[in-house]
Design a protein around this ligand. Sequence first.
Ligand code: G1P
Length: 271
Amino acid sequence: MIKQAIIPLAGLGTRLLPLTSVFAKELLPIQGKPSLEYILNECIDAGIKEIIFIISKRKMMIKKYFYNDKFYKELIKKKKDTRIIEEYKKILRYRKMIKFVYQDKPKGTGDAVLKTKKYIKDKYFLMLLPDDLIIKKNCSKSMIASHKKYKASVMASMNVKKKAVERWGIYKLNKRLNTTDYLIDSVFEKPNIKDAPSNKAVIGRYILPIKIFSKLKNLKPNKGGEIHITDAIQLLINDNEKFIAHNFSGKYLDCGSMEGYIKSSKEIAKL
Ligand code: G1P
């Protein structure tokens, strides 16, 4: 069973400037709800019991969102407004599941994952990157089903345009397991177009083995000076750890760029 999820939230959000000069991008609303709540709901619906947020001092706003008790209590006392009471109850329900850890320097996704090491209890855990919203079908849930079937690590996968491979982690595929799952031969972080082995990209959902921490511990910064989870995954593949690429059937929305963020609002409005 996958019971724990981690969500890296210490990113600077430069693609969403100027909004992110004062605001946490994960709290920006999409149809009246912070994008982070869509991610939380995906986790809860997939059976996750504990969620670890990796934040930084710059992103304390996220902690405040879940710990603003005095504000709510005083308001509820004064106004007795049922809508406010329901919103506060919702926040408290989320909060029961959330733990906070800190990554004060944005050194990359691999470094963010390493910060959660002492909290991970089981053999496998889920990671969701909050820029990547997947709607219409619960991607985490279908990945957990593949994980159960093959007893392997899993990453969400999607075909991207050939000229866009430099933006993504890109796989070389091995064997086809079924209509949606493929064994991965190797994975490369943001390769040049001429070196890319395919146009199959890693999307921000991962079921990772606890073994990944031993690889992350010694990992050096790579592409763009960051410590990448992709590099630790490749080291595990070299040790014959099975990784599956799962072609999800939901719709992918990129909330991390201004264009994508605006489009996400429109797509979610149509649901
Ligand atoms: C990260 C990963 C990359 C993956 C992408 C999915 O990149 O490093 O391999 O394809 O997420 O969104 P980032 O978006 O942090 O640049």
